[in-house]
Design a protein around this ligand. Structure first.
Ligand code: URA
Length: 432
């Protein structure tokens, strides 16, 4: 067997064997397959696809490229959730405390933001003192005692994904369902939880632009999880507009904390409650979604989930007193973007606002870019709202020298019409 014949098989549309898949992962990680050959194979996979067996074999080969976390020392049901990425997506900061407050154990490995989608690790590290670099022993101990812990991706866990993701990022091979599915599921399997909820986004601000593609990705990931003995479900939700009102690291942490006090935006609160309720059902706490959602809402309103959030931040070294000092959130430029006409908001596009937030300093375009935790955007209106000329659509926060085109970019993300707005009603779709 050699890499050339594997590339040719895939380029011809053949199904790769388990041995071929294991071969190219093992030899890429040990450095004997160079980037140019791997890039060629990735492109062949992107163009020709992979069937369910190949995708599952690829996931397992990636899991076996490094260590796995053994959570068996932790009592109770170990759960995990993972979002496929979006704009304003701070869901883990709320869903984690919600499920932990119900007695479940959230053991989660998260990523940093890249491109227009933010990352949980950056949001957490915007809290002074907080570290996401726990040892395995600290991670397990914290999940046991606090009910949740979130760590960054380590070198030891799924090194194949780290290498492949970096190569995909620069070779136009990110947008591939088997490659995304195996990338996400290898990390979920290696992290050890038995119960996994995938928060799959569709829309202009997501990897999957259509519901149909999101369903195919969700089905692929759920099938991999199930085949590997994990209770895996996926919840599809809309990422045509940003989630909640805040985009940008500290702005989003503040919104997550407000949501845990019952004061969050409706769309974000609803997604968090739905996701936590589904996890509670997966874990066997409830059998009925309405009952589960009522229980989760109670954890939000009673402040129990907020207490867990505070304990979790404290356990990872975060200083919420320092975070709550107004001076920490200072930016040089605060720019309200005003409506130039009156009407009803029909759409607030996530993608241009996500990209703008990166320009403002809230995200990174390359892994080496340094994030400004205070930069970002706060929306003042959402679809369905009526605005008058001169009303504020959103506020931009940055420490960078002001660029005039930012104002137009921000304003053009808001689509106003005179006719009535009808909200889409199938907000969440479940794949199980
Ligand atoms: N998130 C991941 O972890 N991997 C992908 O390939 C895409 C999104």
């Amino acid at each position: 067997m050699n890499i050339l014949s594997i590339i040719e098989h895939k380029a011809n549309g053949d199904i790769l064997t388990h041995e071929e898949i294991r071969y190219f992962i093992d030899h890429y990680v040990d450095g004997s397959i160079p980037d140019y050959q791997m890039a060629s194979l990735l492109m062949a996979i992107k163009l020709k696809g992979m069937n369910a067996q190949e995708t599952s074999d690829l996931t397992l080969a990636m899991v076996h490229s490094g260590e796995t976390i053994d959570l068996s020392a932790i009592e109770g049901v170990k759960v995990d959730k993972h979002s496929t990425g979006g704009v304003g997506d701070k869901t883990s900061l709320v869903v984690g405390p919600l499920v932990a407050s119900l007695g479940l154990k959230l053991a989660k490995m998260s990523g940093k933001g890249l491109g227009h989608t933010g990352g949980t690790i950056d949001k957490l590290e915007s809290i002074p003192g907080l570290t996401t670099a726990l040892t395995q022993a600290q991670f397990i101990q914290q999940v046991q005692t606090v009910g949740m812990a979130i760590i960054g991706q380590t070198k030891a866990l799924v090194p194949a994904d780290k290498l492949l993701y970096a190569l995909r990022d620069v070779t136009g091979t990110v947008q591939s369902i088997p490659l995304i599915a195996s990338s996400i599921m290898s990390k979920k399997i290696a992290s050890g939880a038995q119960t996994i909820l995938l928060d799959v986004k569709y829309g202009n601000g997501a990897f999957m632009k259509t519901i149909e593609d999101a369903k195919v990705l969700a089905r692929a990931m759920v099938d991999i999880g199930k085949a590997l003995g994990r209770d895996t479900r996926a919840l599809l939700s809309d990422m045509n507009q940003p989630l909640g009102l805040a985009i940008g690291n500290r702005l989003e942490v503040k919104e997550a904390m407000a949501t845990l006090k019952g004061q969050g935006p409706d769309d974000f609160t609803q997604l968090c409650v739905e996701a936590a309720a589904v996890i509670a059902i997966q874990a066997g706490l409830y059998s009925d979604l309405t009952v589960a959602k009522a229980a989760v809402t109670n954890q939000l309103q009673s402040g129990r989930a907020l207490t867990i959030f505070n304990q979790f931040i404290h356990a990872q070294g975060g200083d919420l007193n320092a975070f709550n000092q107004p001076s920490l959130h200072h930016v040089d430029v605060v720019k309200p973007i005003l409506a130039t006409s009156s009407g009803i908001i029909h759409a607030v596009e996530a993608l241009p606002l996500g990209l703008l937030s990166v320009d403002l300093g809230a995200g990174r375009l390359t892994k080496a870019d340094v994030i400004d935790f205070n930069a970002g955007i706060v929306l003042h209106v959402k679809p369905g709202d009526t605005v008058q000329k001169g009303d504020t659509l959103c506020t931009l926060y940055t420490n960078k020298p002001w660029v005039a085109s930012w104002e137009t970019t921000a304003r053009e993300a808001f689509h106003l019409q005179k006719k009535a707005y009808h909200a889409p009603h199938d907000a969440f779709i479940m794949i199980e």
